[in-house]
Design a protein around this ligand. Sequence first.
Ligand SMILES: [Fe+2]
Ligand SMILES: [Fe+2]
Length: 313
Amino acid sequence: MALQPPRTGSGRRDPSPPRSITVRQPRIDLVSSASNAGGIPRFWWGGDPFKTHFLDALSSTFPFGESFFVRSVRFYADRIEDPTLAAEMRLFAGQEGQHSRLHDEHVKLLVEYGYTGLETRNRVIDRILRWQNRRSPAFSLAATAALEHLTAILARQVLRDPAGWLEDMDPEMARLWRWHALEEAEHKAVAFDVLMTVKPGRLRRNLAMALNTGGLVLEVVDRMAYMFWKDGLLLRGSIWMRGWRFLLGRGGFLRGVGREYRAWYRRDFHPDQIDDRELIATNEPLVTAEVGTVIEKDNPTQSTRVPSSPACG
Ligand SMILES: [Fe+2]
Ligand SMILES: [Fe+2]
């Protein structure tokens, strides 16, 4: 997806495309699917331990991560006067609440498979992040905007799906990831716009990105290593080599994302400079067909109902 020419550095959208954020309540049930015969297999992505644990690791950080995002954005709710952005913040919370709920089911599934340490670790990190919210709301918001940029980059890779990745997944998991990726693309700029409205400092923004990129990479690698250790595969060199090629080899999952990542550090960056409208338009009907129920849709200024966000408080 091409980067569009820089617009403004103000953070708030000027003549930008209208945003459409839809809160869906998907019919996805990972826990009961897993207990059925022929349910979700341990290595649900093409039978490959590395690919599976890469997304297992990321997914297992979402329950506490997305709750943190919602708290970080909500903290500034009364400082936002723009009614459109205020409505988008509610829709953002609604979407992230649903994500958090479903990824919590994924964690339960991982615990069923024996990776019990993930649940304990999540509880500890959740406490630390709640403390961070109280201690440093401005940095928490900057971290949220930065991590939303990273999730938007990953979401774009899933939605583009150049190598037929989704087809290779267990179907229930493929539905989960397409749905989540679509909604990340829909709300990618909300936390950024709140940040630019209330705490626009560039140093904080860049520092938050640098620290959180490193933190996320370490956290994912550490979680993957733990799961491989439980599988007895930690020292299997071929798995790591294949995994490295999958991530960074020709056509790899993270291949070519550097330009979008680095754009964050530009003075005049705004997430909407990366035009995802076509990707969203292509995937939206598929997600609607795959996951179903809409709680609240579109035109946030006319929304009357605040969607529930059960896992975020
Ligand atoms: Fe999310
Ligand atoms: Fe998000």
